[in-house]
Design a binder for this molecule. Structure first.
Ligand SMILES: Cc1cc2nc3c(=O)[nH]c(=O)nc-3n(C[C@H](O)[C@H](O)[C@H](O)COP(=O)(O)OP(=O)(O)OC[C@H]3O[C@@H](n4cnc5c(N)ncnc54)[C@H](O)[C@@H]3O)c2cc1C
Length: 390
């Protein structure tokens, strides 16, 4: 374990990208991850052109893109199949010079771990706290060991131990809904290749996209359902499928068929939480990155993309300024307004998507049909086309 260098707590997308970017900036880095092993997670992730631009800067764009499938168009439907609108994602991607890619999280993790190579990520290391001693930051772990370094990056997600020590009053808020996610290999395409379907019903939203090819040329499909539920709710043992079906029975094909085809063990249920913008992200040689700093509701599909942007900006500023504490404060000043803005857009998008009342739904659907696609593309461009490294 290093005695100097950058200590990253959390080996999720944000922590691994930060480690790659910091190493490329010439800084020694070590990642400490609480999990004992990386398990293949049955969930998909969409990476928009802002994230793909970051991967290009890291020299990983080709590998990331080939691990998933391109996302070219979003087609929004009412639950009974009526098309409400279409978003030409490919047009925007062409303009920005980067694709949008949907892939299995576990495959992204493997690409990042391969890029880091051995000996950087320490598994089974759950951070419990830290203290700053002169020039050093000392980090403690549940297993009793301690490490020291020049900087500490808390990339330890929604329930961050680093954030709890920095800002004990900051608590994640429940977004009012839960998510179910499934990945399944199927013999037929089910929806046109390159399309992402969004399907809106009473209080709920169902999404479907391809994640590339599975074994024996099968189609690897990802679906998710977001629906209101009490916080901390659980499905009965073996009851994920039934819980999902109770929201989507009678919805347009292939919704029910996809859910039926997905084994129970391939369905994940996760409550949606977010953080109100934090008053600060760090002090001294300590800062936060990714969900630990700005967990957001999923409605812009930007949580991981923003963690990846954070990683690149942090590494750039640490490379450019030998005063590491000044560099960390500059990173926070750069990233806080952008992430707060996207978190706010995500909340606003969520506010109209999950309405239950029939009149409100009718008005929402009319609005979706009337809104020129150019307006939606303009908003999306401001998020995914932003030059975050400028
Ligand atoms: C249903 C759903 C769909 C989503 N879809 C998208 C999408 O399409 N696109 C997108 O960009 N984002 C999406 N997101 C958001 C995205 O998943 C998160 O924003 C992203 O994973 C954040 O990355 P992170 O590295 O900051 O945190 P995490 O991915 O949560 O990683 C944190 C890591 O820290 C580790 N850790 C935690 N505590 C400790 C500790 N004390 N010590 C050591 N290690 C610790 C954890 O084990 C974990 O590995 C979605 C989220 C949900 C819930």
């Amino acid at each position: 374990m290093p005695s100097r260098g950058v200590i990253v707590i959390g080996g999720g997308v944000g922590g691994l990208c930060a480690a790659i970017a910091l190493r490329q900036a010439g800084l020694p880095v070590a990642v400490y991850e609480q999990a004992e092993a990386y398990r293949p997670l049955g969930a998909g992730l969409s990476l928009w052109p802002n994230a793909m631009r970051a991967f290009e800067a890291l020299g990983l764009a080709r590998e990331v893109a080939s691990a998933g499938a391109p996302w070219r168009e979003t087609v929004m439907h009412r639950w009974d199949g009526k098309v409400l609108s279409r978003l030409a994602v490919e047009e925007l991607c062409r303009e920005l010079g980067q694709p949008t890619v949907a892939l299995l999280r576990a495959e992204l993790q493997q690409v990042l771990l391969r890029a880091l190579g051995p000996d950087v990520v320490h598994l089974g290391a759950a951070c419990t706290g830290f203290h700053v001693e002169g020039e050093e930051v000392r980090v403690t772990f549940a297993q009793g060991q301690e490490v020291s370094g020049d900087c500490l990056i808390g990339a330890d997600g929604l329930h961050s131990a680093v954030r709890q020590r920095l800002l004990p009053e900051a608590r994640p808020r429940y977004g009012g809904r839960t998510s179910w996610r499934g990945v399944v290999n199927v013999a037929s395409e089910m929806i046109p290749e390159g399309s992402q379907f969004e399907i809106y019903g009473p209080g709920a939203r169902f999404g479907i996209c391809h994640l590339g090819r599975g074994p024996e040329g099968m189609w690897r499909m990802y679906w998710f359902l977001l629906a209101p539920a009490p916080e901390g709710g659980r499905d009965a043992a073996g009851g994920h499928q039934e819980a999902v079906l109770s929201h989507v029975r009678g919805w347009m094909p292939p919704v029910e068929a996809l859910v039926h085809a997905t084994p129970e063990s391939a369905i994940l249920r996760t409550d949606i939480h977010y953080l109100e913008p934090l008053p600060r992200w760090g002090e001294g040689p300590v800062t936060l990155l990714g969900d630990s700093a700005h967990a957001m509701v999923t409605d812009m599909a930007q949580g991981a993309c923003q963690a990846i942007e954070d990683a690149l900006v942090l590494a750039k500023l640490l490379r450019e300024d030998s005063n590491r504490i000044r560099a960390l404060r500059a990173y926070e000043a750069r990233r806080r307004p952008r992430t707060a803005h996207i978190a706010e857009l995500s909340l606003r998008a969520g506010a109209i998507r999950y309405v239950r009342n029939p009149v409100a739904r009718w008005a929402r659907d009319l609005l979706m049909q009337a809104l020129p696609p150019s307006v939606a593309l303009k908003q999306l461009r401001s998020v995914v086309g932003h030059d975050f490294l400028a």
